[in-house]
Design a protein around this ligand. Structure first.
Ligand SMILES: Nc1ncnc2c1ncn2[C@@H]1O[C@H](COP(=O)(O)OP(=O)(O)O)[C@@H](O)[C@H]1O
Ligand SMILES: [Mg+2]
Length: 163
């Protein structure tokens, strides 16, 4: 195990454009090979922390430091809403990140198949999101993150819809 934290948040603050102070002086060190859960009441800033780590927003002050350089970072994000493409099948939804990364059709097919089996949706690869339950949609969303074989997986309340 790497002794150096993979992600270090130092004195992070986030003030949104409307003046809302979402985070103030937050310090978190995330070690290698660990599950870390942020627990707190609604509105305390959990999603904001995840978005900042993912680079989906900028810190207002403080810094985020990484234990390894960008090429070694394979980051995936599972949003609180499944955020699937409604016009595309389960298989096409899960394949999207591989398509964007220009993974070959053959490799992509096998990765998509394996990942759908992992989340128990192999029989639904031809289904459309509207044909799935809320929990199944979330599993598609989780599969879309796992299919990229990330080494950092950020998940925003991903299991709320799962039973
Ligand atoms: N884009 C935004 N613009 C303004 N305020 C925001 C925005 N996103 C979140 N907030 C505010 O920041 C605070 C933290 O929100 P959030 O990180 O979503 O909390 P949590 O995920 O813990 O419920 C809340 O007060 C929320 O209203
Ligand atoms: Mg949230």
């Amino acid at each position: 195990m790497n002794e150096r934290p993979v992600i270090t948040l130092s004195q992070i603050s986030k003030v949104y454009a409307n003046g809302t102070v979402a985070l103030q002086d937050v310090n978190i060190a995330i070690p290698d090979a660990q599950f870390v859960c942020l627990v707190g009441p609604s509105g305390c800033g959990k999603s904001t922390v995840l978005q900042l780590i993912a680079g989906l927003g900028r810190v207002s002050s403080g810094s985020i430091d990484w234990g390894f350089p960008p090429p070694a970072r394979k980051l995936a994000f599972v949003f609180q809403d499944a955020a699937l493409m409604p016009w595309a099948t389960v298989r096409e939804n899960v394949r999207l990140p591989l398509k964007l990364a220009k993974v070959s059709q053959k490799d992509a097919n096998s990765l998509v198949q394996q990942t759908l089996a992992l989340v128990g949706l192999e029989k639904f690869e031809q289904s459309y999101p509207r044909e799935l339950s809320g929990g199944m949609k979330m599993r598609v969303s989780i599969a879309r993150a796992l299919v990229t074989q990330p080494n950092i997986l950020l998940m925003d309340e991903p299991f709320g819809a799962l039973r």
